[in-house]
Design a protein around this ligand. Sequence first.
Ligand SMILES: [Zn+2]
Length: 390
Amino acid sequence: MITLLKNAHVFSPGDDGIQHLLVAGGKIVWIGGSIPEFNIDLGVEVIDLEGDKVIPGLIDAHAHITGGGGESGYSSRVPPVNLSKFTSAGVTTVVGVLGTDDVTRNTSTLVTQARGLCDQGITAYCHCGGYHIPVTTLTGSIRSDIVHVDRIIGVGEIALSDHRSSQPTLDEFLRIASETHVAGIMTGKAGILHCHMGDGERGLELINQALDICEIPARVFNPTHVNRNKRLFEEALDLVKRGCTIDVTAFPESDDEPGYLAAEAIQKYIEANLAMDKITISSDGGGCLPVFDEHGQVTHMGVGDSQELALTLKRLLNDGFRLEQIVPIFTSNVADLLRFATKGRIQIGADADLVTLDSGNSIKSVMAMGQWHRFNHQQLIYGTFEKDTV
Ligand SMILES: [Zn+2]
């Protein structure tokens, strides 16, 4: 199938104005300002976007694709996340992680789930490991997992400053970082150590100590949930000055929020005048979001959802931020950190992962690898058993 998208207002993520895009074989093969002629035998599908804003497909670099949870007894394990949960939110690339439960969930099921999502038309990768050390792997070591398993690109989410963490020592932490960094060099994959940050007083201390003494590049150390409390976020801003990329989580809005909503955190980041390519956003989709009391008992629990990414984007745009300023946080910044050469940008040769926005900045249409998953607010493709679930 060849598709010509006419009159797209392209944010590549820079504002490229009105362009026409040609999509073939799942790739963007041509972009231009004048409409090309085609032989009718080619059967080109022509769609006039009438000036709709078109941005790269969102990359959600932290989602519990197998379902996370399990932090409030056996019945609190979250089921695997269905395809349309991602695509309806504009997410066309996802990175799966294990969390607290890296016992009944393992790297094997994570890799399989990622492959299943790829078979259903989006792009999915994963990290080996979960909250704990020794790091759970598929082949016996972090390096071997990243080198030999196509879907595995890094390690995470290793928990720090959290009562659910294995409380790694600096030496243990450095060894994990070195394994992933070396495997990243060997393969051209991300090779990052994606760190779940808890609410603990120690905050980013371990990452700072690692940067003080080791030769491993700062890019390898990638903390997430940094907006979960205000003190941690301040520390994270300082960490950016040392060369790390920080990841904010699109937590759902709640009344007793001790931290910043992702949109607030991004606004504060912009005000701090830091490098605009060192911040990303992810959803924690499929993960349970428990709130603990001082005894470590869960008081209530929610589930993360990629939809919060779309809501955060909309919130920022409706607050007056410009698309070209905000969209990299959801797309090209993530692609650069994860070394996804064909993702996160609208350019010739890139995968045809595209999202159009309506006039209110909601997700209107979503194309993944050249195929429409959602068109004009209608979901066209669902996961294999998604419609059978009552
Ligand atoms: Zn986490």
